[in-house]
Design a protein around this ligand. Structure first.
Ligand SMILES: *Cc1c(COP(=O)(O)O)cnc(C)c1O
Length: 368
């Protein structure tokens, strides 16, 4: 077999499938915002966004202004929302036509002043309200003050209203989520009445799209679903993980019963053991939580558990019962062995595993 080295293969046809599936779950006149923050959850923001732009997503979202600038530089012309802009980068929004989520009164004052100083007219902004996530957001008690500021300054225009659901994937918290949606609805009604026009209302993330139709409104924000994960076995069957993390065996060796493997002698062999060294480590995003057998990779369709501590550039797996040789393909995750399984087994979530894959791992795009 050709020795291809460690790589993250990203199937853009699978991305298209997920995009179409998620769109089929919302009304035709509800806009779809593709969340491509954190390098499109590790898949490569530029190529993923270019594909989604071709598929005619309505909007993009990133966390930081710098991420939006990267997309603008790569020819993304659709509206881009920045979910967590920092005060020191607010002015760049105006230069690069990026819509900020304004999540505090301080930020509203600052942005309002920048827009005026740059002689803007009706520069589009979105206001975020805290309805129970208790992360970012303007306190609903501050609505009158916020609207007064908006009314006074024609340089800005509120076009969007946002909130974020805290537990949309947890159906045991249904009552809480519905109360968040109700609060958001009341806030939107109140603000739209004051403004005298309708805004883009958006609160559903992927699990919101799949579990809470009442939160669709006229725009939804989806990240993880695009990459093939629905935070629930029932939803996962309709989505296709778009990335495969593949490596090769660098070396195969043996230890005798009583000998040890890896740093701090972290694996002590209870029997004669054949181990393979895999060309991936915590420097690539395979964190130490995956050590000590908390994760398995697949070689020739068989599970090979990690042995001892994960090193920076490599880790070792048990191949005693798997006939294998140097160069053989090692699957960390793919369509068949989803990232959510390996992540959850080690006590984390697909989001963290995917976004953690480092720059050192080349991204290879299939079906561009
Ligand atoms: C990351 C993020 C999303 C996307 O969430 P998914 O669960 O990946 O769909 C939506 N909204 C906000 C505010 C976010 O930070």
């Amino acid at each position: 077999m050709a020795f291809q080295g460690t790589r993250l293969e990203v199937d853009l046809d699978a991305l298209a499938h997920n995009f179409q599936f998620l769109k089929s779950r919302i009304p035709d006149d509800t806009l779809f915002m593709s969340v491509v923050k954190a390098n499109a959850y590790g898949h490569g923001a530029v190529t993923v966004a270019q594909k989604l732009q071709k598929l005619e997503t309505d909007y993009f979202a990133v966390a930081y202004v710098e991420e939006a600038v990267e997309l603008r530089n790569a020819g993304i012309v659709k509206p881009i929302l920045t979910l967590h802009p920092q005060i020191h980068t607010l002015e760049i929004c105006i230069d690069r036509c990026i819509e900020p989520v304004i999540y505090s009164m301080e930020m509203l004052e600052k942005f309002s002043a920048f827009a005026k100083a740059k002689s803007q007219q009706s520069y589009p902004i979105h206001l975020e309200f805290n309805t129970g996530m208790n992360r970012l957001g303007i306190d609903p008690l501050e609505i009158p003050k916020a609207l007064e500021l908006v009314h006074k300054n024609p340089a800005i225009k509120v076009i969007g209203l946002q909130s974020h659901l805290a537990a949309s994937e947890d159906l045991d918290e249904k009552e809480f989520t519905l109360s968040q949606i109700k609060k958001f609805n009341d806030i939107c009604n109140r603000i739209e009445k004051e403004l005298g026009y309708k805004c883009l209302r958006h609160t559903d993330n992927t699990s919101g799209i799949l579990n809470y139709d009442s939160g669709h409104y006229n725009m939804v924000r989806s990240g993880i679903g695009l990459y093939g994960y629905g935070n629930d076995k029932n939803h996962d069957v309709n989505l296709k993980p778009i990335a495969s993390l593949i490596s090769n065996i660098s070396q195969i060796s043996h230890v005798k019963k009583g000998e040890s493997i890896s740093y701090n002698r972290s694996y002590k062999a209870e029997k004669d053991t054949t181990y393979a060294v895999i060309a991936l480590g915590h420097g690539d995003g395979i964190n130490r939580i995956y050590g000590y057998g908390k994760a398995s990779v697949h070689i020739h369709g068989k599970a090979a558990p990690t042995l001892g501590i994960i090193c920076m550039d490599m880790f070792m797996v048990d191949v005693t019962d798997i006939p294998s040789k140097v160069g053989d393909e090692v699957i960390v995750f793919n369509l068949q062995y989803p990232a959510s399984n390996i992540a959850e087994h080690a006590g984390t979530i697909s989001y963290e595993l995917l976004t953690g894959i480092q720059r050192r791992v080349p991204r290879i795009y299939l079906n561009r």
